[in-house]
Ligand binder design. Structure first.
Ligand code: ZN
Length: 466
């Protein structure tokens, strides 16, 4: 009920939202002045940008098991120390190594053309000489699911579903299923390989990689994404009604060798209730293409910056600010899974958390997932953020982004900040995810929002579970 009335209030606007707070603000006038100071400093700072520049320049891409990942773990610890964190440590994880290898693809007939292709993360390779076979075309994953067992014997399955562009990225969900489970569905029908239109909204000749999984007990077949213009070209050849022969060759492999990575964790220790934590995070790993500037260098820059500026205040806030840079998000949320297990007994001290894993773009909305009485505090925060163009979402149902979603599932109250995500999936998981895509001005706004949220949650002492 309360959620619904909040929704109505959100529609009425920030002035109304603020009205009851004059009696009940949880920050004192001095604390509000400090919050304002943090806003001014971060809106004028390029620290987040410089951190992303450093990570993309000195480390580059950093998939678990690659030398870049090892470098990133060291980079993150060094930066936290340089930025004045009170404590910095790592928590190790291990996983089996996946090697991308090389991938090449072409239409063999009726009209030979070279295709731009990337193996999906976790895929097996083809035999050494590749696979050459006729293409069986499906417009959607559901169409592939509906194919009869045996109907794809000796064929390459192709799903041409086109991801839709939306400000909140909601086109990703309907598109990503093919990537994640398409290969096993195709294999169940007898296919030799799966190819798909990339999960992305661009028309660049760059393919989008991303994690795929095999179903237990189903033959493991190679899976790859075509660049979107190449997927369109393949559709156009198929439209002519003649059989289309396709060649795919990939040297990807899944190894039994174990590799190690680590969550890198740092804290600005609270002055009154150090055991109570406000948690902000991003993922440290990236895919092994591009330089991981948007995904998730941007989040790393923001959360390191937020903690740094709060740490520079004359006095530490009441609660601890914990920054978690998660390992191996892309290859299966491995760092987050380990974190939740390892911190099972202190999860109650995680008072509230927010991750950033949604690229560039200004934040336009804040969506809480907190206890009903904490909504008053959330409205107070919304009042402070409103001048930055951030409105309060009508619902109180947020699950944090990416890694931190697992902490939400474990009972941590959460806040989700929604940015303008129109362009994010143009670059996501591609060679094109590079520093030039980071909008330095928008980054100041997102950094200011994360800094203000972190300070507010740490200093106000609100119990976000209630
Ligand atoms: Zn990401």
């Amino acid at each position: 009920m309360f959620v619904k009335s909040l929704g109505i209030m959100a529609l009425v606007g920030a002035a109304t939202l603020l009205a009851p707070l004059s009696q009940a603000a949880s920050l004192s006038a001095q604390e509000q002045a400090e919050l304002k100071q943090l806003k001014d400093v971060t809106l004028n700072s390029d620290l987040s940008y410089r951190l992303i520049e450093s990570l993309t320049t000195e480390v580059g891409n950093r998939m678990m098991g690659t030398p870049g990942d090892e470098k990133a773990v060291r980079w993150a610890q060094d930066k936290m120390k340089e930025l004045g964190f009170d404590k910095v440590w790592t928590e190790e994880i291990t996983d089996e190594l996946w090697i991308r290898g090389e991938a090449e693809a072409k239409i063999v007939s009726p009209y030979p053309q070279k295709m731009v292709v990337l193996a999906l993360g976790g895929s097996v390779g083809t035999p050494e000489k590749g696979i050459t076979a006729p293409v069986a075309h499906f417009a959607t994953l559901d169409d592939l699911k509906a194919a009869k067992p045996g109907s794809l014997d000796g064929k390459i399955a192709f799903v041409s579903y086109r991801m839709e562009r939306h400000i909140d990225g909601k086109g990703y969900g309907p598109a990503v299923g093919t990537r994640v489970i398409g290969a096993s569905i195709a294999a169940e029908k007898g296919a030799l390989a799966l190819i798909m239109r990339s999960v992305g909204t661009d028309n660049n000749r760059t393919a989008h990689t991303g994690l795929m999984r095999y179903k237990d007990g189903v033959k493991q077949i190679p899976a790859a994404a075509l660049s979107n213009p190449d997927a369109d070209l393949l559709v156009n050849q198929l439209k002519r009604g003649k059989p289309v022969n396709f060649h795919l060759k990939m040297s990807s492999s899944r190894e039994t060798e174990l590799v190690t990575s680590a969550n890198v964790i740092g804290e600005i220790t609270g002055s009154e209730k150090p055991e109570e934590m406000v948690v902000i995070g991003a993922h440290l790993d990236s895919w092994d293409v591009g330089t991981g500037a948007l995904d998730d260098g941007l989040g790393i820059g923001m959360v390191l910056s937020a903690a740094h500026y709060i740490g520079k205040l004359p006095k530490r806030p009441k609660r601890t600010i914990r920054v978690i840079l998660f390992a191996a998000e892309e290859t299966g949320l491995l760092g987050a899974k380990d974190y939740v297990k390892r911190h099972k007994n202190d999860m109650k001290q995680h008072m509230i958390g927010a991750e950033w894993d949604f690229g560039s773009g200004r934040i336009y909305q804040m969506n809480p997932g907190v206890g009903a009485s904490a909504l008053n505090g959330v409205r107070e925060l919304a009042g402070y953020l409103a001048p930055l163009g951030v409105s309060l979402a009508p619902d109180n149902d947020a699950r944090a982004q990416s890694d931190m979603g697992l902490l939400s599932d474990a009972g941590m109250p959460s806040i989700n900040f929604s940015p303008d995500g129109m362009a994010y999936f143009d670059y996501h998981h591609t060679e094109n995810d590079t520093l030039d895509k980071v909008n330095a001005e928008d980054l100041k706004q997102t950094t200011a929002v994360y800094t203000m949220f972190s300070y507010f949650a740490a200093q106000s002492g609100i119990d976000f579970r209630k």
